[in-house]
Design a protein. Structure first.
Length: 162
């Protein structure tokens, strides 16, 4: 069953194993801009915040991503997040743009892990038909700069132009 909301589709593909022709890859991510906006504080000390990021991807994904994440942060530093990101660049040398959705959790101060899924139909140009999913771990260094590594499986679904 597919769920469509504002052009985004959650078809449950993230739960299915990748097809036999999927490629496995890795990328490194550097957060080059980070803005944090407090939405609300709660009586229990938790906060709802928005973080808007610009990220530089290198490796199998090579390009610039712009993301917005909603995060619920608990007083002990743990929390959960969900977000959406548009990446302009290339995957394995094929250029274009695509959108991914992500969810994650803070696993301690300065460390986040999560998973992401390419939104089907979001690939442009040579990335038309791009599908995939992966997981990431992000760590803040002592200066507060964030860096992440991800692993992912990707493939290209047939498109109308095939």
């Amino acid at each position: 069953m597919a769920f469509r909301w504002g052009g985004l589709i959650d078809s449950g593909d993230a739960l299915e194993p990748p097809p036999s022709g999927a490629e496995h890859a890795r990328s490194s991510i550097e957060v080059v801009a980070y803005d944090r906006y407090e939405i609300s504080r709660h009586d229990d000390g938790s906060m709802l915040i928005s973080t808007v990021l610009t990220e530089r991807f290198t490796g199998a994904i090579d390009g610039i991503g712009r993301a917005d994440h909603l995060r619920l942060i608990y007083p002990d530093g743990s929390g959960i997040s969900t977000g959406i990101e548009r990446i302009d660049g290339a995957v394995a040398g094929r250029s274009g743009a695509f959108i991914l959705t992500a969810h994650g959790r803070d696993i301690g101060r300065g460390k986040v892990s999560g998973a992401w899924v390419v939104q089907s139909g979001s690939g442009t140009d040579q990335l038309e038909g791009l599908r995939g999913r992966g997981h990431y771990t992000a760590i803040a260094d002592e200066d507060g700069r964030w860096h992440a590594e991800d692993e992912f499986d990707y493939w290209f679904a047939p498109t109308a132009s095939d």
